[in-house]
Design a protein around this ligand. Structure first.
Ligand code: AHR
Length: 514
């Protein structure tokens, strides 16, 4: 059994094997806003994410679209209240030259996608298409600059092209000639991507010197809106010194956020199948997903040392499960999405919510047809994955006020290893409704959970649940609704206590009103 103090503190303590899951929700201590940007997404020029998945262009006009973007995908993402979208990569961004992908399509420069399979990239989806699509979705764009094969000048000009007032330079003239008069005012700019690996294999000292050039020039030139500049942070536990170097050496006026990446992968050399996996592989994946708690906490501790006021945001701009590519999907890094992924999503989003004082943006990798996608497509067909449904159930937390949580969870065990079976986070919305998201990771046992409510008089509870008989279950093009949310009615209120009977491998979101 494990004891978890979330928001107030977080710890694991051994308890007797028979005690139940005990949770306290401290509504009286609620003060931190859960940024809606925690619920962000990431779309890279990789496999069938952009082409086929999001953008079908003119050549495929048979699939209903708006300016080449699939209407079914637009609707699905709007229903999720997608708050932001990171683009064009990932590693693809590290060799991307934005000017090759603007203007008349027949004049654009086809390039080789050096990061992903050396396939031909015709550049028909570029800056205008992406930023117009974000407007359509009501999502904030988050652009990743090329700090590897690109130049400072190129990045500065990208900012001007996107953000400067009409008529200020040849760049805004170019923008107007390309059909867009007014600026898009892009706020979020990543300076580099994985600069310790595909982004240039740099040492942190080199990265930071280069970063200063980019960050200074990008904000000093013809820029009407203040940018939110995101520095590359560590991508693995051995890299915490990246965080320390950034916090210690970068002047506050040069950065607003630090990005970190963490994937739940069993073993990079043997990632396992996305939907044919053993109980053991299931457990290891969730153990890796729980690691996000430690990764965020350790980065926070480092940041707190230099920034106790919490000015700088921690941004997890790549996360999710990563398995072997499924040949069925006909594209690089395509994988099926199952109840296991719903567990990763519910758990990870709870972790982010509970660290909302520092985690202010996150981006699930990746939106369509790649890694832990929320949407899968096959020609004109589209499937919403279990992960999609978790994001949809959790959207009630967007911009709500975090309710600090203390939790004691039963163990979920495998081969002598243990992780917490229960994960939880809670928030209060503007109308004082409380939402509690619970995950039972255990794929064998149902879990009874007792929740004590402090500072909140519960009158009524309703709920939704996402589960399925097997953790390998997912939604396919032949059976697209196998795993979909249903009504949950196994929660009862008695005085200040709420008792919830969680089915095995389930995500439950409760709505409680006074
Ligand atoms: O999301 C896939 C890849 O994972 C990204 O391109 C890269 O940044 C990371 O290594």
């Amino acid at each position: 059994m494990r004891k978890i103090f979330l928001s107030l503190c977080f710890a694991h303590c051994a308890m007797t094997a028979f005690s139940q899951n005990q949770i306290t929700l401290n509504a009286d201590l609620a003060k931190t806003q859960i940024s809606k940007h925690i619920y962000g997404h990431f779309a890279e020029h990789l496999g069938r994410c952009i082409y086929d998945g999001i953008y079908v262009g003119d050549k495929n006009a048979k699939i209903p679209n708006t300016n080449g973007v699939r209407n079914d995908v637009i609707k699905a993402l709007k229903d999720l209240q997608i708050p932001n979208l990171r683009w064009p990569g990932g590693c693809f961004a590290d060799t991307y030259h934005w000017k090759e992908a603007i203007g008349p399509k027949d004049k654009r420069k086809p390039i080789e996608n050096l990061a992903w399979g050396n396939v031909k990239e015709d550049n028909s989806f570029g800056t205008n298409e992406f930023l117009d699509m974000c407007e359509l979705l009501g999502a904030e764009p988050y652009l990743a600059t090329n700090m590897n094969t690109g130049t400072v000048q190129e990045a500065v000009e990208w900012v001007q092209y996107a953000n400067s007032k009409n008529g200020t330079s040849y760049l805004t003239d170019m923008r107007a000639a390309n059909g867009r008069d007014k600026p898009w005012n892009v706020k979020y700019w990543g300076i580099g991507n994985e600069s310790w690996d595909c982004g240039g294999d740099m040492k942190v000292e080199h990265y930071l010197n280069l970063y200063r050039q980019y960050a200074t020039a990008m904000t000093s030139y013809a820029n009407t809106e203040k940018l939110f500049r995101i520095a590359v942070g560590p991508g693995s536990p051995n890299h915490y010194h990246w965080t320390e170097e950034i916090m210690k050496t970068l002047p506050a006026k040069r950065f607003e956020g630090i990005s970190i990446h963490h994937y739940s992968v069993i073993d990079w050399s043997k990632k396992g199948s996305s939907d044919q996996f053993s109980d053991k592989e299931y457990f290891i994946t969730l153990e890796k997903a729980w690691f996000m708690e430690e990764f965020v906490r350790k980065n926070k501790e480092m940041m707190d040392k230099y920034d106790p006021e919490k000015r700088v945001a921690l941004i997890v701009d790549e996360w999710g499960g990563w398995y072997e590519t499924d040949p069925v999907g006909n594209g690089a890094l395509y994988q099926q999405n199952t109840v296991r992924d719903a567990m990763i999503a519910g758990l990870t989003l709870n972790i982010f919510n509970n660290h909302a004082d520092r985690v202010r943006m996150a981006n699930l990798a990746q939106t369509v047809n790649v890694l832990q996608a929320v949407i899968l497509t096959k020609a004109e067909k589209m499937v919403l994955t279990p992960t999609y449904h978790v994001m949809e159930m959790y959207k009630v937390h967007q911009d709500a006020t975090l309710v600090p949580v203390q939790a004691v969870s039963n163990d979920f065990m495998m081969d002598g290893k243990r992780i917490s079976a229960i994960s939880v986070s809670a928030s209060l919305d503007k109308s004082k409704k409380m939402h509690v998201s619970l995950v039972n990771l255990d794929n064998v046992n149902n879990q009874k959970v007792e929740i004590s409510l402090k500072g909140y008089k519960a009158g009524k509870v309703t709920g939704r649940v996402l589960t399925s008989a097997k953790v390998q279950d997912g939604n396919t093009f032949d059976n697209p609704t196998k795993v979909t949310p249903g009504t949950f009615s196994d929660a009862t209120i008695s005085g200040n206590t709420l008792v919830v009977n969680m089915p095995k491998n389930a995500v439950v979101v409760l709505e409680i009103s006074e």
